[in-house]
Design a binder for this molecule. Structure first.
Ligand code: PMP
Length: 420
């Protein structure tokens, strides 16, 4: 049997440390909300491949859809020889996405590629170049992605000059109000950038890596006004929030404000790599033919998986399930919080739930405690992820298809790990 220790040694020798790896065990098998490692140990998966598996590992419908597609073709390059499944997927997303008026969708492969392309589309459509993003945001690791990202370590540090014409403003959390955020943009227009040069404002409807902080509706309303007054496009990065995680197919459905462009990835593919940008048709149509795309964009296997994901979300009512599971988790965490002064906040939207730890006396972010809890949970067979600018937040990203008994078992492990 290959052991985890052997694989770790080989991994350290063969792969660069820059691709940081969290776990010391290696996957051999995964089924719905369980991962089994090469030594046969099982873990309840509350990471879901970083929010990719809202429909669980190897959902039978998704596996079947991919197998079926394998018998036809795996790749033609959509830009060379297109196929109906990709057209139909765009049609479905156009009908489902909260975009005003006619919509169009373009597919890519990774989340950050969707972000890059949303920015390119916004630049082309407006003929402007500047982009405003938020402190604490995460938009990916390519050069534009990490420039937009509002966290220096480990994403920006050491990687040289960032892309020009990107500006960050404070996100409304930790004492920053919505008015503070909006005022910062007004100030930016006075001190740094002419609003007539700004192509887009981009933000996550719930800041993900930044700490699972939902955007208040008032911020979206204020941003929409600023955008409309200045001819700026508003982009929602739904790479992490999309596909039922927050209790809606798109988190923007929690708000009446409509954005111009939405990025999506992760759970769209249920484990297959696919991303996309949906937006107002006239904006999406701005770039010239050939300006958008990619060799693997709209990969047929991933497209087949995405169709099955959308079917499963509807048939298994995963938006409702996200709300129910999120409520159960928040209730449990709030009960623990009532006797634990180190828990600063339990928050979330649907099943995008987080718990934040701060020193009870000093109120300083308590990343050490978070790391100890994650370690204790892992030792008891539960995989948890952290987030937050200071690493003092635990986020919960279980598959929405998780069995009730397994979910309850995980809640017990969480309670045990927090109580220590
Ligand atoms: N945007 C957001 C909001 C994300 O959460 C992520 C990934 N965590 C990305 C973009 C980048 O996606 P990918 O890693 O697939 O490039």
């Amino acid at each position: 049997m290959t052991t985890n220790a052997e694989l770790k040694n080989r991994r350290l020798a063969a792969a660069p440390r820059g691709v940081g790896v969290m776990c010391d065990f290696h996957a051999a098998q995964a089924d719905n909300a369980l991962i089994t490692d090469v030594e046969g140990k099982q873990y309840i998966d509350f990471a879901a491949g970083i929010a990719v598996l809202n429909t669980g590992h190897r959902h039978p419908r998704i596996v079947k859809a991919v197998q079926e597609q394998l018998t036809h073709f795996t790749h033609t390059a959509y830009q060379i020889v297109p196929y109906e499944s990709a057209i139909a997927l765009a049609e479905r997303i156009n009908a489902l996405a909260p975009i005003d008026g006619p919509a169009k969708t373009a597919f890519f492969t990774t989340g950050v590629e969707a972000v890059e392309n949303a920015v390119k589309i916004a630049r082309y459509a407006t003929g402007r170049s500047a982009v405003i993003a938020f402190q604490g945001a995460f938009h990916g690791r390519t050069l534009m992605g990490l420039t937009l990202t509002g966290k220096v370590n480990p994403y920006k540090a050491g990687f040289g000059t960032m892309m020009s014409d990107v500006y960050h403003v404070p996100f409304p959390t930790n004492g920053v109000s919505v008015d503070d955020s909006l005022d910062a943009i007004t100030t930016l227009f006075k001190t740094d950038v002419d609003p007539r040069r700004v192509a887009a404002i981009i933000l996550e409807p719930v800041q993900g890596e930044g700490g699972f902080n939902p955007v208040p509706t008032a911020l979206f309303e204020g941003l929409r006004q600023i955008c409309d007054a200045n001819g700026i496009l508003l982009i929602a990065d739904e790479v992490q929030t999309g596909f039922a995680r927050t209790g809606k197919l798109f988190a923007m459905e929690h708000h009446t404000v409509k954005v111009d462009l939405i990025t999506m990835a992760k759970s769209l593919g249920g484990g297959m790599p696919i991303s996309g940008v949906v937006g107002r048709a006239e904006v999406m149509d701005a770039p010239n033919p050939g300006g958008l795309g990619g060799t693997y964009a709209a990969n047929p296997l991933a497209v087949a998986a995405a169709h099955a994901v959308i079917d499963v979300i509807a048939e298994e009512k995963l938006c409702d399930r996200a709300v129910q599971l999120g409520e159960r988790l928040q209730a449990r965490l709030k009960t623990i919080q009532s006797k634990d002064a180190g828990i600063a906040e339990v928050r979330g939207l649907g099943s995008m739930v987080a718990v934040e730890f701060r020193n009870a006396d000093t109120k300083a972010p308590d990343a050490d405690r978070v790391n100890a809890i994650v370690k204790a949970a892992l030792a008891n067979g539960l995989l948890l992820l952290t987030c937050g600018l200071y690493g003092n937040v635990i986020r919960f990203l279980y598959p929405l298809t998780i069995e009730d008994a397994l979910f309850d078992k995980a809640l017990d492990i969480i309670e045990g790990a927090i109580k220590g």
